[in-house]
Write a protein that binds this ligand. Structure first.
Ligand SMILES: NC(=O)N[C@@H](CC(=O)O)C(=O)O
Ligand SMILES: [Zn+2]
Ligand SMILES: [Zn+2]
Length: 428
């Protein structure tokens, strides 16, 4: 059975403009793309009229927390996948800071199996670098890979011991697998939740210094050089990290990196006060100068991709107050509208640039077969309404988490339909 998506606006990178196309899908694969001026005979096949809306490769998010197993009250594989689909994502890679930590083949298989049965988007699991993410003993990389893990990371915490990280990289390299790092030196972060800067000074609080992130980036690019591994830096937030990644890339070290919407859009000076833990995330919101640095780094390719770091927590946990609440904000259902409205509508980026950083760039870095709208590619697609303006309403999220600092923001660029392997999995 074939499916036609008629009257879609598809981005043409060479001409830097949208073009009207009809797209035919057969057996979950893009079978043909014809000019919108041509009449097609869709007789007998299913059709979706995109009515001039944007048709993009489905978004790819290589850093998300689905909380399953163990923290299903925050999110689970099913709810997280529905939230992702509503945000236009068709492939998501989930972090191993679950309970138990995803540090055995059995837990990787649990995620793979549950995702196959219950997720409406593609779910790729990461496995932990160290057992229980405690930094003491490496996990069994070969069996985790065999079970379906796509990379190794202790996201949530930094690997504190350099020798442990070097051993992890050498082992990952021998298996042709990437190491993905949450960069944070615990000896420089003690009892703080906001960045060391304007906000922390104003409130007489201890802050998290920029070096706590960059010191791991610096250490790890040297270890990546020594081991030859593909090393990927999580949620880059500081000017210093950017500088080190840029330098490492210049000398040919195999390093890639990601940045989150909130670090591109918000600084510590935007935090409204001490009453709302939805402004608490790790890394923290940094200075306006850091925000400019990560934007420029994304633009020049020092940072390769945008990820959400979707990190749902319960309302009760976030209500414990800024000191006690857990770090993290949800991301799926606001990412594209935020970036489209604040960077594309304003004329700073082309639509093509934003789409690349959310589709083909993550696909290239992690060697995925998706992320392109081409004949022969998997029909993982997103239809987006670029014109209707709507306010962010956390109560309407499909995620179990409503922890976002973006509630009430008026945005354009809302996904309206999501297609995975040629199947309509979500629509408004
Ligand atoms: N980003 C966050 O603030 N929190 C993440 C952990 C992480 O990504 O480091 C979480 O698991 O809640
Ligand atoms: Zn992290
Ligand atoms: Zn994370």
């Amino acid at each position: 059975m074939s499916l036609w998506i008629m009257n879609a606006s598809v981005w043409n990178e060479e001409r830097s403009e949208l073009e009207r196309k009809h797209v035919r899908i057969e057996e979950g694969v893009i079978a043909s793309i014809v000019n919108g001026s041509e009449s097609v005979d869709a007789g007998g096949s299913e059709t979706i009229d995109a009515d001039g809306k944007l048709l993009s490769p489905g978004f790819i998010d290589m850093h998300v927390h689905l909380r399953d197993p163990g923290f299903e009250y925050k999110e689970d594989i099913e709810s997280g996948s529905r939230s992702a689909a509503k945000g236009g994502f068709t492939t998501i890679a989930c972090m191993p800071n679950t309970r138990p930590v995803t540090d055995t083949a059995e837990t990787v298989r649990y995620i793979v199996d549950k995702a196959r049965d219950q997720a409406i988007v593609k779910v790729l699991p990461y496995a932990a670098i160290t057992k229980s993410e405690l930094g003491r003993e490496l996990t069994d990389f070969a069996s985790l890979k065999e079970a379906g893990a796509i990379g190794f990371t202790d996201d949530g915490v930094g690997v504190q011991n350099a020798q442990m990280m070097k051993d992890a990289m050498a082992l990952a390299q021998s298996l042709d697998m990437p190491v993905i790092a949450h960069c944070e030196d615990d000896s420089l972060v003690k009892g703080a939740w906001a960045t060391e800067g304007e906000f922390s000074r104003k409130h007489g609080m201890k802050g998290i210094p920029n070096e706590s992130e960059a010191i791991h980036v610096g250490r790890d690019v040297l270890l990546a050089e020594a081991t030859g591994v593909h090393y990927h830096v999580c949620h880059v937030s500081t000017e210093q990290s950017v500088r080190l990644i840029r330098l490492a890339k210049q000398v040919g070290i195999r390093v890639t990196a990601e940045v989150c919407p909130h670090h591109l859009l918000l600084s510590d000076e935007d935090i409204p006060g001490l009453n709302d833990a939805n402004w608490k995330m790790n890394p923290p919101l940094r200075s306006p100068r850091d925000v400019q640095a990560v934007i420029e780094a994304l633009e020049d390719g020092t940072l390769d991709m945008i990820v959400t770091d979707h990190a749902p927590h319960s309302a009760e946990e976030k209500a414990r107050g800024v000191d006690l609440a857990p770090f993290g904000i949800v991301g799926f259902e606001t990412a594209f509208p935020l970036l489209y409205t604040k960077f594309v509508e304003t004329g700073r980026w082309t639509l093509g640039f934003l789409l690349q950083r959310m589709t083909s760039d993550p696909a290239r870095v992690f060697r995925l077969n998706s992320g392109r709208l081409e004949v022969g590619a998997p029909a993982d697609l997103t239809i987006v309404d670029l014109t209707s303006e709507r306010a962010v309403d956390p109560t309407s999220f499909l995620s179990k988490g409503t922890n976002t600092p973006f509630g009430g923001w008026s945005l354009k660029g809302w996904p309206i339909a999501t297609i995975v392997d040629g199947k309509l999995v979500w629509s408004e």
